[in-house]
Design a protein. Structure first.
Lengths: 112, 113
């Protein structure tokens, strides 16, 4: 099955800890995106990458970091510098020249 | 200039009724306008999309109406069903924001049986 996988589905973190959220796709898509979703708000772009070894900040990049060492993978690290990390995190990808973003199932992060 | 404004925030419709969600954008370079449907705890899924060269696109019970001069577009769900109850997001992309989607705030649709 082709698609986007995110793991884990649920993640709990203590304050002051860094955590890494996984996003993997086997769609051979070039571009990948990370969004944050909070109740009553739309999807806000954290980081995106249109090619391996290159990525750009989105609208709310502070307190987050990413890497893109492989085309299939775009992990997101939520650092201790992120003040309000509790949220639903969504990963998406797009093929080269395409418009449609395909989303993964999401990871719900809760800071205890 | 990158904003997409969506209304209403929530919508309650009776089964069989018409659900209408509206979006307005500012960036005239936008040339792709998708609607996404999201069920609780799931990722959004593309529902229907339109480009500015047409004023309307219909797929089954779902229709997008597009008004380029007003910079507005809307989603109409005909014969709404309880299974349509979800959060709907409009979005836009194009111009220098290639591949990047700007999302509206979302509309929570509840269809009562």
């Amino acid at each position: 099955d082709g698609g986007i996988t995110q793991s884990p589905k649920y993640l709990f973190r203590k304050e002051g800890q860094n955590v890494t959220l996984s996003c993997e796709q086997n769609l051979n898509h070039d571009a990948m995106y990370w969004y944050r979703q909070d109740p009553g708000q739309g999807l806000r772009l954290i980081y995106y990458s249109q090619i391996v070894n290159d990525f750009q900040k989105g609208d709310i990049a502070e307190g987050y970091s990413v890497s893109r060492e492989k085309k299939e993978s775009f992990p997101l690290t939520v650092t201790s510098a992120q003040k309000n990390p509790t949220a639903f995190y969504l990963c998406a990808s797009v093929r080269r020249g395409g418009d449609t973003q395909y989303f993964g199932p999401g990871t719900r992060l809760t800071v205890l | 200039q990158q904003q997409v404004k969506q209304s209403p925030q929530s919508l309650i419709v009776q089964k069989g009724g018409i659900s209408i969600i509206n979006c307005a954008y500012e960036n005239t370079a936008f040339d792709y306008f998708p609607w996404y449907q999201q069920f609780p705890g799931k990722g959004p899924a593309l529902l229907i999309a339109i480009r500015p060269d047409v004023s309307e696109k219909k797929e089954g019970r779902f229709t997008i109406s597009f008004n380029k001069s007003a910079k507005q577009f809307s989603l109409h769900i005909m014969d709404s069903q309880p299974g349509d109850s979800a959060t709907y997001f409009c979005a836009a992309s194009g111009g220098t924001s290639y591949g990047k989607l700007t999302f509206g705030q979302g509309t929570i649709l509840t269809v009562h049986p």
